[in-house]
Write a protein that binds this ligand. Structure first.
Ligand SMILES: Cc1cc2nc3c(=O)[nH]c(=O)nc-3n(C[C@H](O)[C@H](O)[C@H](O)COP(=O)(O)O)c2cc1C
Length: 194
């Protein structure tokens, strides 16, 4: 199997991180992969904010955590036994799981493809991260987290125009704990038309 497909099959969402920061070379490689993602009409309008400030990441992650209104997991519906998500474990304080680097992807608020642009970039970032030994997790609720007082303040401080909206968070750091098992794939999701 070629290396790219192997990387896609082996990447897992990582929610336990070692405290040390990833290297600048690793971060640069991951961001380079991110900005080479496809974009609608080649607009390349997604902006990546890279935050390595522990206090800011914890506060924003705590706000994001408080916005999680989904159902908590049950024994049958857990998301990850090895690396519990906030739906699996109510006591996890931050939706960023203590990751030392947190990316926020911003895109123009009133652009039809802004979510799609952020999501394809996110996948490039997560695969590139895995390929250099860095764990990652896609974290939702960025829009609402950036509606908070802290979120609005950070957007201003980071120089991201208010016409842009936070769409996706991605946590980055070295994996800790047990590497998660892949989940069985559901059947009948491919329709071959002849
Ligand atoms: C659109 C989207 C939103 C997600 N939101 C979260 C999230 O808020 N928190 C989290 O821990 N994981 C989140 N995930 C990660 C999924 O839970 C994870 O991809 C899924 O359980 C499959 O596990 P795997 O990534 O290890 O294959 C999200 C993934 C996607 C694609």
């Amino acid at each position: 199997m070629n290396e790219v497909i192997k990387c896609m099959l082996e990447r897992r969402s990582i929610r336990k991180y070692r405290p040390e920061q990833i290297t600048e070379d690793e971060l640069d490689a991951i961001l380079l992969a991110g900005i080479h993602a496809p974009s609608a009409g080649n607009r390349q309008s997604v902006i990546i904010a890279v935050c390595q400030n522990e206090k800011v990441n914890f506060e924003l992650g705590r706000i994001n955590r408080s916005l999680f209104k989904g159902k908590m997991s049950t024994e049958k519906s857990y998301i990850s036994k090895e690396q519990p998500s906030i739906a699996d474990e109510a006591s996890i304080p931050s939706a960023f799981y203590g990751a030392p680097t947190v990316l926020t992807l911003f895109a123009p608020r009133n652009f039809l493809y802004s979510v799609a642009d952020c999501c394809v970039m996110a996948q490039n970032i997560m695969l590139a991260a895995h390929s250099v030994g860095v764990g990652s997790c896609f974290v939702a609720r960025a829009e609402d987290a950036f509606l908070s007082e802290l979120g609005r303040e950070l957007q201003k401080q980071w120089g991201v125009d208010e016409s842009y909206e936070a769409r996706v968070h991605i946590t980055l750091g070295y994996p800790d704990g047990t590497y998660p098992n892949g989940k069985p794939r559901k059947e009948n999701r491919i329709k071959r038309i002849s």
